[in-house]
Design a protein around this ligand. Structure first.
Ligand code: FES
Length: 160
């Protein structure tokens, strides 16, 4: 977890990059989420002040888009696609497998802050289903065996 001061400094840099332009609100939120993996309250407050917007406006935008998270997320974000094409190819069983392997449910983070598990509805790679996206990397034709290998590799600090 980042210290509040670090969050404020980084957020100010992000707003500055967008020239404190109110119309860049969504881009600012995207950059904040990229920096911290979620939208810390301190960052929203800082950005609202720097953009000269009411906090309620920031909060409204942050909660409107499902891509934004107000809850802390792990260093590694596992997204299991549960869209129709992936569902018929076994996404539910894969979701179960990730839940058992990580000992968390979708929307939760492991106690060590290493992983978050989420479900998403179609990531636009249906032909590769079932698909799991880990951080920005797509893993197509995912199997139960691959789950353990990928998680072990990340735990050992290797690339996915
Ligand atoms: S349904 Fe999973 S990628 Fe489209």
């Amino acid at each position: 977890m980042k210290k509040a001061r670090d969050v404020v400094v980084k957020t100010k840099q992000i707003v500055k990059k967008h020239k404190a332009d109110k119309s860049s609100l969504i881009a600012v939120l995207q950059d904040i989420q990229e920096a911290f993996n979620y939208l810390p309250k301190e960052a929203l407050k800082t950005a609202a002040k720097a953009l000269n917007l009411p906090f309620s406006r920031m909060y409204e935008a942050a909660t409107f888009y499902t891509a934004f998270s107000l809850k802390p997320r792990g260093e590694n974000i596992v997204k299991v696609c549960t869209g129709t094409a992936c569902h018929v190819r076994g996404a539910s069983a894969l979701q179960d497998k990730f839940e058992r392997t990580l000992c968390i449910k979708p929307g939760e983070m492991t106690p060590d802050g290493k992983f978050s598990l989420e479900t998403v509805n179609c990531v636009g790679a249906c032909a590769l289903g079932p698909v799991v996206v880990i951080n920005a990397e797509y893993h197509g034709q995912m199997t139960m065996n691959k789950v353990d290998k990928i998680i072990d590799k990340i735990k050992q600090g290797g690339a996915q």
